[in-house]
Design a protein around this ligand. Structure first.
Ligand SMILES: Cc1cc2nc3c(=O)[nH]c(=O)nc-3n(C[C@H](O)[C@H](O)[C@H](O)COP(=O)(O)O)c2cc1C
Length: 201
């Protein structure tokens, strides 16, 4: 429990990973829909909601899925620095991570995740024209119907499927409490935890 973590940094980190893992498996958990920020091609920040798809405490990775044709992918190809923000009202916990994004497209890892994903989720990658294209009417776009789509068509959409794998450099935890807020920051270098500290909240 959070209350046991007040004076122990390693328990804070364990608790952070526990919450992020819950965010992957529990759709109703506050961490299921984090906000991801990238640097726009104009140098300005860009933020948007995504679905949390993976949290790997052993390797220090966070994963979400997106469309290869989206602006965020163009931005990450230009500048792989990325930030993710989580807030869970129930546990009164905010987590901010910063890291470097690796893009998996049309490789074995993307294929594995594609095969594990829901049919309905895969349909998003069939949208035409590309996400973010200006259109005349709100419904001037097409998307495959999951009930009628052919397996080969699904394979075509796989080409747009992108796994964004964030290698975490820093993780900042903030816990709001009536008796006094708590804040801590952790840093990694080459997969090794090399910094951990309490911060003034
Ligand atoms: C609840 C929710 C979940 C979303 N999940 C994702 C997601 O997992 N991946 C994604 O690319 N976009 C997701 N979106 C849409 C993005 O927020 C965003 O509108 C879209 O990806 C276009 O972003 P971009 O133009 O900055 O690339 C989600 C939106 C909402 C509201």
């Amino acid at each position: 429990m959070i209350s046991d973590c007040y004076s122990n940094l390693s328990q804070v980190l364990d608790e952070s990973w526990r919450l992020m893992k819950l965010g992957v498996t529990d759709r109703r958990h506050g961490f299921h829909n984090p906000v991801v920020a990238t640097i726009g091609l104009d140098g300005r920040p860009r933020a948007r909601t995504v679905i949390l798809r993976g949290a790997d405490s052993e390797n220090g990775n966070i994963i979400f899925h997106t469309d290869l044709r989206s602006d965020k992918v163009t931005e990450l190809k230009n500048n792989p620095h990325i930030s993710m923000h989580f807030y869970d009202t129930a546990s009164k916990t905010q987590i901010r991570i910063e890291g470097i994004a690796n893009l998996h497209v049309q490789n074995d890892y993307a294929k594995k995740r594609w095969n594990e994903s829901q049919r309905m989720s895969r349909m998003c990658y069939s949208v035409q024209p590309s996400p973010g294209t200006e259109i005349v009417m709100s419904d001037s776009y097409s998307m495959m119907d999951a009930t009628t789509v052919l397996p080969q068509e699904q394979e075509d959409h796989f080409n747009n499927f992108t796994v964004v794998d964030i290698k975490i450099n820093t993780l900042e935890w903030l816990f709001l409490a009536f008796k006094g807020h708590k804040r801590a920051r952790f840093g990694w270098l080459d997969n090794n935890l090399n910094k951990q500290s309490w911060l003034v909240p």
